[in-house]
Design a protein around this ligand. Structure first.
Ligand SMILES: *Cc1c(COP(=O)(O)O)cnc(C)c1O
Length: 371
């Protein structure tokens, strides 16, 4: 079997339409039908293959087809790409149409979509620690791990078993631990989502999302729905994502190593920093399932500081961390998280480690925390 980076560079080679090493950025929204009358297939009769022959870019286009071909072996399943992570989550709820969803801590935007389904069609929401016996076949358990904004883990196998006992599906939002850090399918996930805006994109210059299934029929149904939801990835974004995927493994492993090292230093030397109360990260979690669930730690962690005032001021003391929302890019970011998620305490900062030199990042954090 070929390795991650080989796949990320070559798995869509068979879809290249010209000899260019880098596929041209394709902006066409519409594609000429075959000139052979015998080859004309009605789109409606071609459902299983809407990704084969481009017709209209809302259905599929050479860029979205290549992204899905590249992602398949990386995410170990059939991938469907969307114009944002939240479009992917919305598409999953639309297809599976659960009556009840079990959802815990996590990205506020996913909760926003759950709220829309509660308002419009009476979706019932329960928590991950609640009794799952109210779940029925077709309901969804949505697990974000590593979780926002902490970068700590939940046990995927445990929730898979708890969901499957009642016929519910386990959906894992694996955005914080993209391949090669974690493979939720190995631990019982039925559907995996990623905000590709984060690590897959990796350069903070595109919005995209992905759903992954190991069932080709579900991929077809998702593709079918996507035609009418109008949420395929844009042509230009797909070109950026194809570029980005080539360095996914290099970037993510470097980011993971740097984050783990920085977390280790700060936690071992926390006494030096009177304003630093706690460092929260998966690498500091002791649960035994973690060793089999992740191969390396997420590059995101959070810190709790002494006061809201210190939390607000810390970002402006840093030289190599931009104060901005989002994560997963090559540039390190820090965010006073209360600005974008009202449920997060005002003394929490979320840190996303980029690919800068890790000594520089650590020294920058040390000088800012020492002021
Ligand atoms: C960013 C994010 C999303 C939403 O993705 P968008 O691409 O911004 O729509 C969903 N889940 C998690 C964990 C995220 O970090």
């Amino acid at each position: 079997m070929t390795g991650l980076s080989t796949n990320a560079i070559h798995a869509a080679d068979h879809l290249k339409r010209v000899p260019d090493v880098i596929p041209p950025i394709n902006v066409s929204t519409t594609f000429r039908y075959s000139s052979n009358p015998d080859e004309l297939v009605k789109a409606a009769d071609n459902k299983d293959n809407i990704d084969d022959t481009p017709i209209y870019s809302r259905l599929a286009h050479p860029g979205s087809n290549s992204v899905e071909a590249l992602l398949g072996p990386i995410v170990k399943g059939h991938s469907v790409v969307y114009n944002s992570g939240l479009s992917a989550f919305f598409a999953a709820l639309t297809l599976f149409n659960p009556r009840t969803i079990a959802i815990g801590k996590g990205y506020h935007g996913c909760h926003g979509i759950v709220d829309i389904f509660k308002r419009n069609q009476g979706l019932v929401q329960i928590g991950l620690d609640d009794d799952f016996s109210v779940l029925q076949k077709g309901d969804i358990v949505h697990l974000e791990t590593p979780v926002n904004p902490d970068g700590t883990y939940f046990d995927i196998s445990y929730y898979a078993e708890k969901a499957h006992k009642y016929g519910a599906l386990l959906m894992v939002d694996s955005t914080f631990a993209p391949p090669p850090l974690q493979d939720p399918f190995q631990h019982g996930a039925d559907i995996v989502m990623h905000s590709a805006t984060k690590y897959f994109g990796g350069h903070s210059d595109l919005l995209a999302g992905v759903l992954v299934t190991q069932d080709r029929e579900i991929k077809n149904q998702l593709l079918n729905d996507r035609v009418f939801l109008g949420s395929n990835i844009g042509n230009l974004e797909s070109a950026l994502l194809i570029r980005s995927l080539k360095t996914l493994e290099l970037r993510v492993l470097q980011q993971s190593r740097s984050a783990t090292r920085i977390v280790e230093y700060l936690s071992q030397n926390i006494g030096q920093f009177p304003d630093l109360v706690e460092i929260v990260h998966g690498s500091l979690q002791k649960d035994s399932y973690i060793a089999t669930q992740v191969t390396a730690h997420t590059p995101v962690f959070s810190i709790k500081v002494k006061s809201e005032d210190f939390a607000k001021r810390l970002p402006s003391k840093l030289n190599f961390f931009e104060h901005a929302t989002s994560l997963g890019g090559v540039e390190s970011l820090i965010e006073w998280r209360a600005l974008s998620d009202a449920t997060v305490a005002p003394d929490i900062l979320r840190i996303s480690i980029g690919v800068e030199n890790s000594d520089d990042l650590l020294n920058d954090l040390i000088q800012a925390l020492s002021q």
